[in-house]
Design a protein around this ligand. Structure first.
Ligand SMILES: *Cc1c(COP(=O)(O)O)cnc(C)c1O
Length: 230
């Protein structure tokens, strides 16, 4: 077994164990975050049954997309989007997780409308209030929901958030707990069943996120090893 496959199995076991500890016992979807990792390694995890991949940059997604167009996978885009990349993002992404401002939601709506698509998106919230992080402020919850509801070419499917790396995972827990609270609030704002994705947890904190109710985790490093930035 290759290193990537071994690590994938380890991650899957840890997801399952965390799920059993969770009071919600929810199903958890793994998004393999493949940014800076080659198509060959993506094919490897796809062969092992991974069905969701996640990229941060539109250009990198575009480079890889054509090599994987025959694969039965769902493409997630989870990096902060520049307005001028939205057209391409909408052409490729099944789920845009980084709906991090009203203006970007409006641009996604516009571009989706132009190609006759209804684009699935998540609202990304900046729960910890870190200035370096993008995301809608929790205080702007109502405003963002109302804005999103007025856009016919997007479908809000849930919520995404990131927690700061405090070094102490128990400090992370309240961030995810608030993510779960916001998720429940969001469910009440949309038709029954529409809000079904709570995307939180990365390599260093996914177990805590699952214990707090995440049903989608985005994991790169723990599967593929450290990214080598070019
Ligand atoms: C890069 C990234 C991840 C994956 O991070 P790892 O620590 O490598 O697991 C998850 N979510 C977002 C938004 C990212 O940018």
């Amino acid at each position: 077994m290759s290193e990537v496959t071994t690590r994938l199995k380890e991650v899957q076991n840890r997801i399952e164990a965390a799920r059993m500890r969770s009071p919600y016992q929810q199903d958890v979807t793994l998004v393999a975050v493949t940014k800076f990792h080659p198509v060959s390694e993506m094919k490897e995890v796809i062969a092992q049954g991974v069905t969701q991949v996640g990229e941060n940059r539109v250009q990198e997604m575009e480079e890889k997309y054509e090599f994987l167009s025959q694969e039965p996978i769902t493409w997630n885009l989870q990096g902060h989007l520049q307005k001028n990349k939205v057209k391409k993002a909408v052409a490729m992404a099944d789920l845009i997780q980084s709906g991090d401002s009203i203006s970007i939601l409006q641009e996604i709506d516009k571009r989706a409308g132009q190609i006759g698509k209804v684009q699935d998106v998540l609202l990304e919230f900046n729960i910890s209030g870190e200035e370096t992080k993008t995301g809608i402020e929790p205080d702007a919850f109502e405003e963002a929901v109302e804005a999103a509801k007025a856009l016919p070419n997007i479908r809000v499917c849930g919520l995404m958030c990131m927690a700061p790396d405090f070094g102490d995972l128990e400090k992370t827990r309240p961030v995810f707990r608030e993510g779960h609270e916001l998720y429940k609030k969001l469910q009440k704002k949309f038709p029954e069943g529409q809000i079904h994705i709570l995307s939180m947890g990365m390599s260093h904190d996914f177990e805590i996120a699952i214990e707090e109710g995440a049903n989608m985790v985005r994991i790169g490093t723990a599967i593929f090893g450290a990214r080598v930035y070019r």
